[in-house]
Write a new protein. Sequence first.
Length: 388
Amino acid sequence: MSIPVIVGILALVVLVIVLLVYNINLHGKLQKFKNIKQRIANLNVVQDFMTTIGEDTTVDKKIKRINDILIDKYEIKYSTIVVFDGTEYIIKASNVEQKHWDSLRSLQNVDMFKDSISSATPKYITVNKEGEQLPYQESEFGRAKAAIFFPLYIDNVYIGYWIIESGTPHDFDNVDTTILEKIKSNIVSVLKTVAHQKTLESMVRQDQFTGLQSEAYLYGEGKKIIDQFTTSTMCMFKIINLEDINTEHSRELGNSVVTEVSKYISNNISDDYIFIRYMGPKFVIAFSGVDTGSVAEFLNDLKMNVESLKITKDGLLTKEKTTDDLVENDILVTDEDKKEQKEKEYAEPILNFVISSYYKGTGLEEVLRKLESYLDNADVNETEINNI
């Protein structure tokens, strides 16, 4: 073999080696770029999740929005989030037709998924050819051909599952499971974050005696209204003689006092303000966007008017003369008068008010706790409206 041929072969070998090294280096750079791009995509998704959590909407709408983000950003064909609420499995979000929901919310009963739940590990299933169906499917042959089932846990407590599906057999064979695990973790984080909000939403009740919203309303929907303003005034008042009325007269009369006081105040404050029954004899008025100096005179008049009310078990006692009035005017009081008056036994509420400023973005519950503590420890004979 001539020298030129040998040189040529060596040159080709060197060229092949150089190209091989170059390709390996290029592949590494492309893979690195792909990983960076994927990390950026994941960060963007997490950012979208956080934005959704902070939105002024209900928990259920937030979970649906999270599912839409997953479908859009990761190009998932079908995605369904199912949560166990303590009594039943509920589909919180899904882009699958509703006629298939019965099977999707019953996957915990499928043997292969039972194992997945007990071991807290994902389960991948797929068909091998057209005409086959996934084990949990009953009458939906053409919809899903591959699926991955992810059990969801919050602090080691099983709370439901997330399932993704594809209409193509073996579509998830080469999927990056680490990315899916991160997505699953993000879903759990969202569910955990909104759990407190969901608790508040479920706690909101209407008080049976007054028709007013409860304390939980104030921390949910009420706070959204209050936080439209930079500064507001929080007012808490207490019917300080309610316990005496219950003891000396009757609980029925005490309930009537609560009802009539709340009715009177509801009718005499603006619909722009929030009025709730806080707890027992305590009530809260949130003067949204109003400073403390602007409400003092109004509250003084309100207190004086409420304390002038005479309240019976049947409601307000207005025009009728009481036996005390008759005695004061030297009018003969008969047994019939006394009997009739007994039926119209009345009570006069005594209120103690306290107010404080609330600033948007600060702890509303801390302000209310401070007001409540003041009222619980105030002198029973206190009559002034205090600003603390």
